[in-house]
Design a protein. Sequence first.
Length: 246
Amino acid sequence: MRIILEVDSLNYATPATVSRCGMVWFSEDTVTTDMALNHLVRALSKESSPDKSGTETVPAAQTNFVASVRQYILSEGSTSLVVDALDFAMKEEHVMEATRERLLHTFKALMVQGIGMVVAYDENHPDFPMAGEHMEKFSKRWLLHSLMWSFVGSACWSVRKRFSEMLLRASGVSLPENDRCLFDYRVRIEDGEYELWSDSVPRMEIESHRVSASDVVITTTDTVRHSDILSAWLDSRIPLVLCGPP
C-alpha cells in the first residue's frame, strides 16, 4: 500500500512523520493566480449533472452563466475584478489565516450555487429561459455576492464595508441604497435585482408565556443570510468553522 498526502505546509508535521516520508516540494509561485483562475473557470464550465435520461450533460444555462462572468475572473490585458479582489482580501486581517487556495475554494462553492439556481430557473421556465439582460444582471451581481462572502466573510465589518465599496466601484454596479453594502442584499433569481435580506425574515408572533422559553428560536437577518451561505458550502462538502464576530 502506498499513500500520497497533499498538504499546504509542514507546520503541524512531527519529526517522525518528516523522517519517514519522501517529499516533493512545490514553491508557492509554481501555481500562479492566473493559472488557478483558469482552472476555476474550466471547472465551472465542465461540472455536469445527470439529466432526466441519466446522461451527464452541461446545461446551456451553465455555459451562458460562465460566459457572462468570465471577463471578471480572468485577466486579459489588465488585472481582472477577481484578481483585484483577491489581492485586497489577502492584505486584510481575518479571524483565521487566509490563503489563496481557501478563498478561491469557497468562492467556487458559491459560484456553483449560483449556477444551480440558473439551471433550476430554466427547468422551471422552459418557455422563457434566462437570457440576455436578465442573465447578465444576475450573473454579475451573483459574482459580487460570491466574492463578498468568500473573500471577506472571515473579516471584520469595517473591512467588509471597504471591500464592498471597492467591488461596486470596480464593477460599476450600484445598490438601491447608497448607505448600505453588499452584505445587506441578496440577488433575486427572478429578475437579477437586489433585495434586502431583512425582507426575507419571516414575521413571528410569540405567546407571552413562551417568551422566556429556552427552545424558542427567533429568525433574524443574520440567521437568514448565514443559513443561505452555509448551505452552499455544505452542499459542496466544504468543512467550515462557525465563530463569533471577528
